[in-house]
Design a protein around this ligand. Structure first.
Ligand code: NDP
Ligand code: 2IT
Length: 449
């Protein structure tokens, strides 16, 4: 039931499949963008002539390296590290690092590919890249995390830099890991180069509001989608998945805007708290004590923990998937729509399968794809780079205000582009085309490089 590709684009997609065998998440991300680009080639034949799509689908550089480290028991462990520098037409490669056992090249390439268009949508001068490792941080001591990060950076340092490639966090990488990696970079290079990493600590070059930015930004985006339908968050029952960085600040902002969040989760199960999630408790368990979400019910007796289970069966009006890719499939999307869901905003990257997306679109609910809805994180990373470049630090309120304005602009660009291309309200089309055109024009201007 996939949307057919334009006849000029189908062979490009076939070539991507043939050149990148087995990388199913990368194929999925590429296909979703290519499905939107047919009409763009009609209006801009020069993009086809200069093979812009073919070039955009091929990373500029892919780095894979060994990461050896020694665990608490003195045993040598070996992981694999990745950095895919996908596209630098708009600025230095920019994108997070993911530490999760599921990481392989196909995951990093899907994330890097999405990042190109997301970063373009922010309107800030950042190219697209992504990296990470199949290292599993769960159950590791602080010492093990530090030794892993040091080994990882011992190779990565030679590929990054404030004008070259600027990593940040993603799943499994937060402030603690960025600190260990920055320390190693500083030691090896003998440079206090703040702009080489974002998501830094607040007293050593980090930006206020970066921690909150992805979640806050995703809620600002959904708020804009609701406003476009003369609606708002007030009194809405909301479902959020995950209980990490993005989920926590998504919950916080929804609550500030008057919505009621009744779920959160981790990879083992979900919490249903009909009275509304107690965010302070989630923060205590996850940010401070690094425990599992099931412990929530030890402190909130009316809440339920469902092991395994399907979080999307809980009725809600707004769903914000904020854990990982492909967490909402066609069946889940159907259940959400049947239960009265009117808006979906993706805090995670590619959390909805192609079938799920077509169900949301068929039902004409407001569906905000990740590359638009979760762009607030990387946008605020770019604001962190701006502060680093002028050795300044801005207050929370003004940084948050810039974030809000950026999300409003992204919404406007996607909305207007969908209108212009004849499918009003289709944020997938709007985001893909608006993100693509900026990169394509820059690539054209720079010649065949
Ligand atoms: P965290 O590591 O802070 O939290 C991840 C959360 O998602 C945890 O609750 C985790 O549960 C759950 N999760 C991770 N992998 C899986 C899986 N395979 N199945 C089920 N649950 C899973 O990561 P973030 O909050 O930073 O990232 C969440 C999503 O947001 C990702 O898709 C990321 O790419 C995206 N994103 C993040 C940005 C950022 O600034 N951090 C910016 C834009 C997008 P468990 O502990 O059990 O693994
Ligand atoms: O997916 C993402 O946009 C991120 N993980 C944030 C990247 C960044 O550079 O802040």
């Amino acid at each position: 039931m996939a949307t057919p590709l334009d006849e000029k684009i189908e062979p490009i997609y076939q070539e991507v499949l043939a050149r990148n065998p087995g990388e199913i998440e990368f194929h999925q991300a590429v296909r979703e963008v290519l499905e939107s680009l047919g009409p763009v080639l009609v209006k801009n034949p020069e993009f086809a002539e200069h093979k812009i799509i073919e070039r955009i689908c091929e990373p500029e550089r892919q780095i894979i390296f060994r990461v050896p480290w020694v665990d608490t028991h003195g045993v040598v462990q070996i992981n694999r590290g990745f950095r895919v520098e996908f596209n630098s037409a708009l600025g230095p490669y920019k994108g997070g690092l993911r530490f999760h056992p599921s990481v392989y090249l196909g995951i990093i390439k899907f994330l890097g590919f999405e990042q190109i268009f997301k970063n373009s949508l922010t309107g800030l001068p950042i190219g697209g890249g992504k990296g990470g490792s199949d290292f599993d941080p769960k159950g590791k001591t602080d010492g093990e995390i530090m030794r892993f990060c040091q080994s990882f950076m011992t190779e990565l340092y030679r590929h990054i830099g404030e004008h070259t490639d600027v990593p940040a966090g993603d799943i499994g990488v937060g402030g603690r890991e960025i600190g260990f990696m920055f320390g190693t970079y500083k030691r090896i290079t003998n440079r206090w180069e703040a702009g080489v990493l974002t998501g830094k600590g607040l007293n050593w070059g980090g930006s206020l509001a970066r921690t909150e930015a992805t979640g806050y930004g995703a809620v600002y985006f959904v708020d804009e989608m609701l406003k476009a339908r003369k609606d708002n968050f007030d009194g809405k029952i909301c479902s959020v998945s995950g209980s990490g960085n993005v989920s926590i600040y998504t919950i916080e902002k929804i609550q500030q805007l008057g919505g009621k969040v009744v779920t959160c989760s981790d990879s083992n199960g979900y919490i249903y708290d009909e009275k509304g999630i107690d965010l302070k408790l989630v923060q205590q368990l996850k940010e401070i004590e690094r425990r599992r979400i099931k412990d929530y019910v030890n402190y909130r007796k009316d809440a339920k923990y469902v092991k395994g289970g399907n979080i999307w069966e809980i009725p809600c009006q707004v769903a914000m998937p904020s854990a990982t890719e492909n967490e909402i499939n066609g069946k889940d999307a159907r259940i959400l729509v049947e239960n009265g869901c009117i808006a979906v905003g993706e805090g995670a990257n590619m959390p909805t399968t192609p079938e799920g997306i077509s169900i949301f679109q068929g039902a004409k609910i407001a569906y905000g794809p990740g590359k638009a809805a979760n762009a607030g994180g990387v946008a605020t990373s770019a604001l962190e780079m701006q502060q680093n470049a002028c050795r300044d630090s801005w207050d929370f309120a003004s940084t948050d205000q810039k974030l809000q304005r950026i999300m409003q602009n992204i919404h406007k660009d996607c909305f207007e582009m969908a209108d212009k291309y004849g499918d009003p309200g289709n944020y997938v089309l709007g985001a893909n085309i608006a993100g693509f055109i900026k990169v394509a024009r820059a690539m054209l201007a720079m010649g065949v490089v």
